[in-house]
Design a protein around this ligand. Structure first.
Ligand code: 4AD
Length: 455
């Protein structure tokens, strides 16, 4: 039979409570009476006394309740993920006991704000497969590890922006609904745009370049879309693309700037909240400079010398030859064997996008680069851009692009062309690398890939 619920009342003779966020609970507030509003992250009911771990997004706090506060008629309301208002006094725990923030809360009053359903435990458990877990991503994100990763993601974006602002770049917001394509037509999402076809952008690069005469060095952090059919541990169909474009630079400048970006951003992240970053990967460190620079031609030679083979259509294996695309698996094998960041540079033009500048010393090659990181592979792709008007028109022709659609981009070559270069960095790939995670979807709030557009 159900007990009639007792009604708790706050003791008004106690000092007024100061409303705080959990991140502000620290030994400095020892002895202070506070009010917190939070979710119940963990509940440990020991009958006469209940230990709660509280979470409000800003941090965690341990809370102890006893007496009437855990009366049998109301204690059942203290379920995982219920929201509560709790008033109590902060105190430094006895020697030998540690808790987040260095203080615990001894409650003298609480109220239920939002109840939680007991079925939570059944929604996901250790038996759930990956797809069931992804269906419940909105719940899973509340977990300690996932929420730390989401915060680190935010810190990374802050660090990237700080890097750019500090170095004199302006941030732009290019359109993501577009009628041209940048990285080849095979992975485009097409949509009906008031009766004419349009695409979800693959890259903001072309638009960024038009901003160089406007603001100089420029960057953007925008969503890009690729209709990648493959379900791999590093491909998404929607990803956060950090791109930069810089006028009047050389290929060596471009390489150096990417190296500086990576090292400076890791350093900034560790400065913003190193403990949080290291809670996911203990030994995160700024990579050593300079990074290895390896020409595509040397990579082919490396593979041949080290027994990394090409797999032919009929399943047989053979040596790579100049002109072959080095697929993801083999590229990663090389990268993992070498064990450090590699700038892979100067790819043959036939393998690369239409806008890439040819190498002055060998017109078969382009001033292009990929930055490969151990464990993940490519996290950055970039190049110098064709700066000559006629050469660009020929490139459209060769790729069978409708030059008319690109008139605004072509105009960059007509009205004061200059040597620009730029790159795109996959924010999720960067995070997967720095946190040493097995799968790219772990760093997305709501990952999008083949077959998944929910929740
Ligand atoms: O190498 P990509 O295709 O280069 C470009 O799009 C250039 N237009 C960028 C530029 O020069 N402004 O893509 C750049 C980076 C890749 O290195 C990778 O990190 C990420 O974008 N990327 C993806 N990340 C997750 N899922 C996918 N399907 C990705 N495709 C590319």
């Amino acid at each position: 039979e159900k007990l009639a619920a007792i009604t708790l009342t706050e003791d008004k003779s106690l000092p007024a409570a100061k409303k705080i966020k959990l991140r502000d609970a620290s030994p400095k507030l020892d002895g202070v009476r506070v009010e917190v509003n939070a979710w119940l992250h963990h509940v440990r009911n020991q009958k006469k006394i209940v230990f709660l771990e509280l979470r409000d997004g800003t941090g965690f706090l341990q809370c102890v309740m006893g007496g009437n506060l855990v009366h049998p008629s109301i204690v059942e309301q203290l379920k995982r993920e219920a929201t509560v208002k709790i008033i109590g006094t902060l105190s430094i725990p006895p020697a030998g006991k540690t808790c987040p923030g260095g203080v615990e809360l001894n409650a003298d009053y609480w109220e239920l704000l939002g109840s939680s359903s007991a079925d939570l435990e059944g929604i996901i458990n250790t038996e759930s497969n990956v797809d069931q877990q992804l269906d419940q991503r909105h719940i899973l994100l509340r977990g300690t590890r996932a929420s730390s990763i989401m915060k680190i993601r935010s810190i990374a974006l802050q660090a990237f922006r700080e890097h750019f602002y500090h170095n004199g770049y302006f941030e732009m917001n290019p359109p993501t609904l577009v009628n041209t394509f940048c990285e080849g037509g095979s992975e485009l999402f097409t949509l009906d745009y008031f009766g004419t076809p349009a695409y979800l952008t693959q890259s903001s690069q072309l638009y960024l370049e038009t901003m160089c005469p406007v603001v100089g060095d420029v960057f953007c952090i925008a969503q890009s879309y690729r209709s990648e059919k493959a379900r791999t541990r590093r491909h998404l169909s929607e990803f956060t693309h950090l791109e930069a474009e810089m006028p009047f630079i050389t290929f060596e400048d471009l390489t150096d700037r990417i190296e500086f970006l990576i090292c400076d951003v890791v350093e900034r992240m560790l400065k913003i909240d190193g403990d949080l970053v290291r809670s996911i990967k203990e030994d995160v460190a700024v990579p050593k400079r300079p990074f290895m620079r390896m020409d595509y031609k040397e990579a082919i030679e490396y593979c041949v010398k080290n027994g990394i083979k090409k797999v032919n259509e009929d399943g047989t294996e053979s040596d790579f030859q100049f002109g072959d695309d080095i697929p993801e698996a083999q590229e990663r094998k090389m990268n993992d064997q070498i064990g450090c960041p590699i700038f892979l540079r100067r790819f043959p033009h036939a393998m690369k996008a239409f806008y890439m500048k040819r190498c002055p010393e060998d017109k078969e090659l382009t001033e292009s680069l990929d930055l490969l990181m151990p464990g993940v592979g490519e996290i950055v792709g970039g190049s110098m851009r064709i700066s000559d008007y006629d050469e660009l028109l020929n490139a459209y022709k060769r790729e069978e692009l409708d030059a008319e659609q690109y008139y605004w981009f072509t105009d960059q070559r007509k009205y004061g062309s200059g040597q620009t270069g730029g790159y795109g960095l996959g924010v999720e790939r960067f995070l997967t690398w720095i946190l040493g995670l097995p799968h790219i979807r772990d760093v997305c709030s709501y990952p999008r890939f083949t077959g998944r557009c929910h929740p």
